[in-house]
Design a protein around this ligand. Sequence first.
Ligand SMILES: Nc1ncnc2c1ncn2[C@@H]1O[C@H](COP(=O)(O)OP(=O)(O)O)[C@@H](O)[C@H]1O
Ligand SMILES: [Mg+2]
Length: 302
Amino acid sequence: MSRFGKVAVLMGGRSAEREVSLRSGGAVVAALRRQRVDAHPIDTGNEYLGQLARGGFSCAFIALHGRGGEDGTIQGALELLGLPYTGSGVLASALGMDKVRSKQLWRGVGLPTPAFRVMRDEGDTEAALDELGLPLMIKPVREGSSLGATRVAEKDQLAAAFREAAALDKEVLAERWIQGKELTVSILDGEALPAIGLETPRGFYDYAAKYQANDTRYLLPSGLPAAREQELQALSLAAFEALGASGWGRVDLMLDQAGAPWLLEINTVPGLTDHSLVPMAAKAAGIDFDALVLRILETTGL
Ligand SMILES: Nc1ncnc2c1ncn2[C@@H]1O[C@H](COP(=O)(O)OP(=O)(O)O)[C@@H](O)[C@H]1O
Ligand SMILES: [Mg+2]
């Protein structure tokens, strides 16, 4: 696999999702090495730009989740260093990290996303409540892994939910709660992979349901009629491309009780552990973990 040269696998970093990223990066390095790619882990939690500039690397595999890695900043540094990298470019990475700007853009092009309001201080919660009603989903604008996200069913829970999200970001998103089914659609190289249905007995797919609970159910196949699934795959691909995203990623969406789809967010660097959702969807499409990691490496253009 010399065509890829010396590959820097960027992982860790300083975001709230550091631990998940270290697991993704570790799995990527192992998969690349099994396929004789010269892969080198770099933890971007330490000084790393010098290493990247002078390490003789031919490209970078970005396995960083959250701010400082998934949000366009590393992508910008790599552009300046002239190193090709996996996945989306600067603009789409930054947009994908920002749930509010993603939603504004989707609205602009006529794609469905739940009604919302941006809150900057606790005084803004009243207007959000008046406009959107209960229950409400409260989340930081630029975070992941459901960190700081709360379902608010009662008015008196709203201030605490706001503060929890505001501790992670200066902007907080209040979103209309969608009661129904949750789905996630993985994207690889311009194509949507099979949708995965997500079910949890916890009120929503929160941090514990994602990484700790053993009662989270992954429906794959999703159980939707084939034509319906194709529609949702097309919608997900359109949502991904509307933000300018490319290479690979994942789109999270809900189906309400009337069957209408609602886009929640995209992930431009979703989890890549062998338990993660993109690898699960890839496997259902006949692409094993090692092949997936190689396909993602190819998104560098090498
Ligand atoms: N408007 C909503 N209605 C119902 N559930 C939601 C809504 N927004 C988010 N959720 C739930 O919260 C989870 C995390 O939200 P999401 O927007 O995907 O943020 P992230 O995964 O970046 O933390 C979703 O997977 C879903 O279970
Ligand atoms: Mg999500």
